[in-house]
Structure formats: C-alpha cells, structure tokens
Design a protein around this ligand. Structure first.
Ligand code: HEC
Length: 200
C-alpha cells in the first residue's frame, strides 16, 4: 500500500504526457480528417455540391455589388461593399444554403477574417486546390479565390490603387496585408462548413 502514492503520481505524469501538454485540445475521436475529392462518398459529394453552390452564389453577389458601386460611386465608396456588405452577404447565403461560409486569406486585410482551426495549416501551406475535410458527418471545404482584374484597384500593387482607396484603406485597415497581388494570384479562400444532414 505504501507504493500507491508513487503509482498514482506515475499515472498522473503519464496522463499529462499523453494529453499532449498544452497542445490545442482536439475532441477525442472527432478530429477533422482530410479526404481527397476522388474518395468522397455519395453523401459527401452532395455536401460538396452544396458548398460549391454557396461559393458561386457568394462570389457572384459580391462581385456584382462591387461593380455596381464602383460604377455609381467610385472605388473608395465600394470599400463599404467589402467591409459592411460582405459579412451580410455571407450570413444571408449561409442561411439560404443551410451551411456556413466566410472568407479568409494568408494575407489579411481584416484580422477578423482569420481562418477557422480546421483551415489553419492549409492556409499556411497556401493550398492552391479545393480541399475537403470531414468530421462527424460534417464536410468542410476550403475553396481557393484567385485575383481578377476588377480586384486590382483594392488588392493590386500599390501603384495601381487609386489614392482615395489607399487613404480609406489606411484609415479602416491599419494592419492591411492584402495589397500587392497580381491578376491570377491566389488571394485567399472561401471556408465552407456543411452540416451532417445536408448530404442526405
Ligand atoms: C472596392 C475595394 C475592393 C475590391 C474591388 C475588392 N476588395 Fe476584397 N476586400 C476589400 C476590403 C475592404 C476587404 C476587408 C473586408 C472586411 O472588412 O471583412 C476585403 C477583403 C477580401 C477578402 C477577405 C480576406 C481579408 O483579407 O480580409 C478576400 C478573400 C478578398 N477581399 C478578395 C477579393 C477579390 C477576389 C476581389 C475581386 C473579385 C476583391 N476582393 C475586390 C476591398 C476590395
């Protein structure tokens, strides 16, 4: 019986070591697993279709609003489309499509757009192709966004950004990292999470 405290202490140390000491807690048995597109099940394919449809809807809405406001009020005014309307559009499309969608990047303009946990490593690796992960029946999709010509006035090399835009960006986004991109560059990703029942 005298040995019991020692054994208890040893078990405690072992448990501490096994728990990974300060590693971010991962729900035991429910970590995100990456799954290649070719290996998606039928249900996961249906979830993927939902993710792609939401991505298309959000990209189309954002671009058409951007172009509308650039045309009517100029590029500096269009900044509010991205700062105020983009989160609203994301919310509306999330509700309409029964999932969550947002945008992220490895060079953020707004730090609030930092990636969700499941996407952190992929973002650091600059995943250039659509990537899928699953957990407990959910499907997460990280879908690349490439820069297009109409994005340059706000994300291009600094000399291609009109002065009023530069001034507005400097004021609203003091830590802006999202300039210096060229047409065709990887700009960031849509992060989509499709719930478990959505594929059925
Ligand atoms: C009128 C200026 C403007 C134009 C044009 C514009 N953006 Fe943005 N973009 C912004 C602003 C402002 C933000 C920060 C939004 C926020 O506060 O969430 C942003 C954020 C983003 C983000 C989210 C990640 C981050 O850095 O915060 C992505 C991705 C993005 N833009 C891609 C694009 C793409 C692709 C295009 C072209 C189709 C585009 N943008 C056109 C101003 C613009």
């Amino acid at each position: 019986m005298r040995r019991l405290p020692i054994v208890t202490a040893a078990v405690a140390v072992l448990l501490l070591v096994m728990s990974g000491c300060g590693q971010p807690a991962q729900d035991a048995g429910s970590v995100w697993q990456s799954v290649s597109e070719a290996n998606l099940t039928k249900g996961q394919m249906a979830q993927r279709e939902k993710a792609l449809a939401a991505r298309d809807a959000m990209f189309t809405s954002l671009k058409s609003r951007l172009m509308e406001v650039v045309g009517s009020e100029g590029p500096a005014a269009a900044i509010t489309v991205c700062s105020q309307e983009a989160p609203q559009i994301a919310k509306r499309i999330s509700q309409e499509h029964g999932l969550t969608i947002r945008r992220t990047s490895f060079r953020l303009r707004n730090p609030a757009n930092s990636p969700p946990n499941w996407a952190e490593q992929l973002v650091a690796d600059r995943a250039a192709e659509p990537t899928y992960l699953t957990r407990d029946g959910q499907l997460a999709a990280l879908l690349p966004i490439r820069l297009q010509a109409q994005c340059l006035m706000c994300h291009g090399p600094t000399d291609s950004i009109p002065d009023p835009v530069k001034a507005a960006l400097a004021k609203q986004y003091p830590t802006d990292q999202a300039t210096g991109f060229q047409d065709g560059d990887l700009r960031g990703w849509f992060c989509v999470e499709v719930p478990a029942d959505a594929g059925s």
